[in-house]
Ligand binder design. Structure first.
Ligand code: BTN
Length: 243
């Protein structure tokens, strides 16, 4: 049973590493670590997650779901749906959208990203660490120059500053509702829920030089792309660009 329990650290290299170690030491589902200053944040595809000290949410959550290995991406999707719901509430009247696999966008700029790391042993999902990086009190000048045009934050959108811990707790309460749903009903509902916020549904996309239309999300969270001869590709990794 997922039960949120938040540990707040002043500073760490990566909350993802701390939560991963705690999970290996049997920490229960819901144990979460946030850092007020994260100095070596990790992003997807081995990238560095830039976050100026003390300004944004860096949170990692241990989840121990009973799901099949191929369904692991659906838990990352739960985290992006939860983040988008929270962004909608705190940045009203603006609406958050999702970019596959898990970027959260508002006004077509990225406000949050999710790093989902699973530990699988003998074909069984032992745990997943969901890492959420949410830009909250960053000013435009806090972002690196090359990312300034593509990133945003709660402060940039609303002009208000937010308490990082309160935002973290609110995220966990919302995530708990969705994880409990998975615990009771399984994860089949996730792709459809995610699609409702999909920014690029029906649009032309390119992946590794192959062009196609984004038509849906498959049962395991893959992006379904219809290419010119009508074939449907199930894309499970990589980066998608807009045409
Ligand atoms: C992305 O590349 O979009 C995902 C970024 C995920 C960053 C978060 S911040 C909290 C957690 N700790 C990390 O080192 N990374 C994740």
């Amino acid at each position: 049973m997922f039960k949120p329990d938040l540990i707040v650290l002043e500073e760490t290299e990566s909350t993802q590493d701390i939560a991963g170690k705690m999970a290996l030491d049997e920490a229960p589902s819901g144990t979460s670590v946030m850092a007020l200053r994260q100095i070596k944040g990790r992003g997807r595809s081995r990238s560095y997650w830039h976050s100026p000290p003390g300004k944004n949410l860096a949170l990692s959550v241990i989840v121990r779901p009973t799901i099949k290995v191929q369904e692991c991406p659906l838990l990352g999707m739960l985290a992006s749906i939860t983040t988008a719901d929270l962004v909608d509430d705190l940045c009203h009247p603006f609406k958050a959208y999702l970019k596959w696999p898990n970027d959260v966008l508002i006004q077509d700029r990225k406000i949050a990203g999710i790093l989902s790391e699973a530990r699988i042993l003998n074909g069984i999902v032992e745990f997943i660490v969901l890492g959420v990086g949410l830009n909250i009190n960053s000013r435009a000048e806090d972002f690196p120059d090359e990312l300034c045009e593509s990133l945003t934050s709660f402060f940039i959108i609303t002009g208000k500053t937010f308490d990082l811990k309160k935002v973290g707790i609110s995220f966990l309460e919302r995530l708990a509702d969705l994880v409990h749903k998975v615990e009771h009903e399984g994860a089949d509902f996730v792709p459809l829920l995610w699609e409702q916020r999909w920014r690029h549904k029906g649009q032309m996309l390119v992946r590794d030089g192959v062009m196609g239309t984004a038509i849906g999300i498959g049962p395991d969270g893959g992006l379904l792309m219809k290419i010119h001869d009508g074939e449907i590709l199930n894309i499970t990794s990589g980066t998608i660009s807009l045409l």
